[in-house]
Design a protein around this ligand. Structure first.
Ligand code: GLU
Length: 284
């Protein structure tokens, strides 16, 4: 199997050292394996993504010395593929519409009979209030959720996956998926297109990604992706979750930490190799 990887930023802010590390590592791994490196723009959140951030991202990556194949896949151009995957899961009877707000979920999940509210990869575990609603009754103000119990019933064997990075692969169990992941959102309210978990799975398959290289912060999302791949009949890539770049207080960098934006290091005269050194990568 050839090595194909990708860097998949969301253009909602400037790239910081953490992104530079992720992109450089994926690119280095592809080069070392004589493989391919792709860039994917994950811009389904139209309220927060801007063309200016996208332009800055490609400019920063080029400055860092990265090259990628064109055309670049932009998720906003690919919504039909996500809708098709959503329909496929809907036809399998695994989806339901959900009108709950975050406040509704908090109240229902912390009601005494529900026990203590638990948090999963996407925040509070959904208590199932709308689970009885038929999928075809979705209104445009509804989100769409995966019925995890029904989804697991469809899978004779739970899928497993290989992790080659620093985060141990979770041995997937029904209990983990039901109680610590739950009924995740696959399409958001007020948008026609899919939420992150579905679009990333559809695109990784469409682009024949063999190795997903990404931060450890996304390791808890991987079981969701592996389950969706199994349901949709898609191949599961190898996952490589890498360490996160942290500030001097040990806090992981966020997009709002503009002080560490690549653009600022550039403006101060740093070289691409200086950036490599800062994130602990050898010169190419
Ligand atoms: N778009 C995601 C982000 O910017 C990354 C998705 C992924 O690598 O799977 O955090």
């Amino acid at each position: 199997m050839g090595f194909v990887t990708r860097f998949a930023p969301s253009p909602t802010g400037q790239l910081h050292l953490g992104h530079a590390f992720s992109a450089l590592l994926a690119h280095d791994m592809a080069q070392a394996a004589d493989g391919r490196f792709l860039l994917r723009i994950e811009d389904t959140d139209t309220a927060r993504c801007t063309p200016a951030f996208e332009a800055q991202i490609t400019d920063d990556l080029t400055w860092l010395g990265l090259t990628w194949e064109t055309p670049v896949l932009r998720q906003s151009d690919n919504v039909d593929a996500y809708d098709a995957a959503l329909m496929q899961l809907g036809d399998m009877g695994l989806l339901y519409p959900c009108s709950c707000t975050r406040g509704d979920i908090r109240r229902a999940a912390s009601a005494p009979q529900e026990g203590a509210a638990m948090f999963g990869p996407d925040g509070m575990i959904y208590p199932g209030t709308c689970r009885h609603r038929p999928w075809h009754e979705r209104r445009h103000t509804d989100a769409v959720r995966l019925d995890m119990g029904k989804a697991l019933d469809r899978l004779a064997d739970l899928p497993q996956y290989i992790e080659t990075g620093i985060h141990p692969a979770l041995r997937l169990t029904r209990a983990h998926l039901l109680h610590e992941v739950g009924d995740i959102v696959l399409a958001r309210r007020d948008t026609k297109s899919a939420a992150y978990h579905l679009s990333v799975v559809v695109d990784d398959a469409a682009q024949a990604i063999s190795h997903v290289v990404r931060g450890e912060d996304l390791a808890t999302a991987t079981p969701i992706h592996v389950v969706l791949q199994a349901l949709l009949g898609l191949a599961t890539p190898i996952y490589h979750h890498h360490r996160l770049i942290r500030d001097e207080h040990g806090k992981r960098l966020a997009k709002r930490d503009d002080a560490r934006a690549i653009a600022l290091y550039r403006a101060e005269g740093a070289s691409p190799n200086d950036v490599r050194k800062m994130v602990g990568l050898p010169a190419p």
